[in-house]
Write a protein that binds this ligand. Sequence first.
Ligand code: GRF
Length: 204
Amino acid sequence: MKDSRARIAVFISGGGSNLQALIDAEKAGILAGDVVWVVSSSKKAYGLRRAEQAGIDTWVYMPKRYDSAQGAAQDLLRKLTEREIDYIALAGYLKLLPAEVVRAYSGRIVNIHPALLPKYGGKGMYGHHVHEAVLAAGETESGPTVHLVDEIYDNGRILEQVRVPVESDDTPDSLAARVLEQEHKLYPRVLSKLIRGEYEQGSN
Ligand code: GRF
């Protein structure tokens, strides 16, 4: 690893409270890297405002605006390379990253998911759908998972999870809030450990 601090790109699609947690951790001196770029799949994402307020460069990535999926992927990879990005943190990013990017950043892309993977993951399992499914199944616990990213939704190696109770009177919203509170603590910690090389090398 080079001597300078790790450069992190955070990918978002929405509110960006996990992005904010990473920014706050960096400000507090407890993130083992710097958030230098925020990429959003939507120009309406509130997380873009959070990035701007923190003085972080932003970009809206819309693959459909390119002639081909390959052209879109190459442009994204070129921009990541130009900015010397070392790590990618997906924080509520609802799209699949291009395979070229996943391969180039193998072992250096993480995602946070609001349930205890491998349960309640995969395509369509995002936002309130996750918490509705957890409640419908009568689970007694839930909680966030941080995992490495491969080419399949929510599939890569699990790095860490935190368990929270599911209460008998929970609604999807109340459960989401309890999980999200833990996400904000877990994500900066796990990303920092990954950057510091504190997880055993293994498959992604
Ligand atoms: C979080 O619950 C995260 O686990 C999931 O998407 C949500 C993003 O929330 N992947 P926010 O945009 O960080 O507030």
